[in-house]
Design a protein around this ligand. Structure first.
Ligand code: SF4
Length: 189
């Protein structure tokens, strides 16, 4: 049999499918940059470091939780369920910004565009800073509750370790004037 006529091996087809998929998703990296993100990278759930101690810090040490805020509701899901939800995805966009408000806006917009592109499970994970002046922090109702996305800490994501492993900066701030490195996730497909 002529070797040229044989079907390519399955691993070869899988590899090419993956490359094709990644190049399609690069669109969201570009989109993140047009939305003023400093960096944006495509990662997989294997790149995310889960650590239940993130929940420990979330439960004891966050003002929002003390107010039982919509910003940190976990909507009757368990830590295990939340972790499993993330692990169901194949590709995740990680976005980096110095500005919490810009980051929240970008995460939601990327989620919206990805959904319209057909990635119907697209979903942002990022502590909500959509409004420059959050009503919830003032004890008022959120004007756009459907736009609030869950906080990464409630998913047990160790953001420090996750981003450092990817070569991105994240340090404990020493003063309010220090530059903040904020990160958000869009679960894509
Ligand atoms: S008021 Fe704005 S910033 Fe506060 S939780 Fe609602 S959408 Fe988010």
């Amino acid at each position: 049999m002529n070797g040229d006529l044989r079907s390519p091996p399955l691993q070869f087809i899988d590899f090419h499918k993956k490359v094709k998929m990644i190049s399609k998703l690069e669109k969201y990296v570009d989109l993140a940059k047009t939305l003023n993100m400093i960096d944006a990278v495509l990662i997989t759930p294997q790149d995310i470091c889960f650590d239940i101690r993130a929940l420990l810090k979330c439960r004891w040490g966050c003002d929002d939780l003390c107010q039982n805020s919509i910003r940190c509701h976990v909507r009757d899901t368990t830590y295990q369920e939340r972790m499993e939800m993330v692990k169901e995805y194949n590709h995740i966009l990680l976005a980096h910004s110095h500005d919490a408000h810009e980051l929240s806006k970008a995460i939601l917009e990327i989620e919206r565009i990805a959904f319209l592109d057909g990635y119907y499970f697209a979903f942002g994970i990022r502590l909500c800073n959509l409004c420059e002046d959050c009503s919830v922090k003032k004890g008022l109702a959120c004007p756009t509750p459907l736009k609030v996305r869950p906080c990464d800490q409630s998913f047990g994501i160790d953001v420090y370790k996750t981003v450092r492993n990817l070569g991105l900066p994240c340090e404990v701030l020493q003063s309010k004037d220090d530059i903040q490195n904020r990160y958000g996730f869009v679960l894509l497909d």
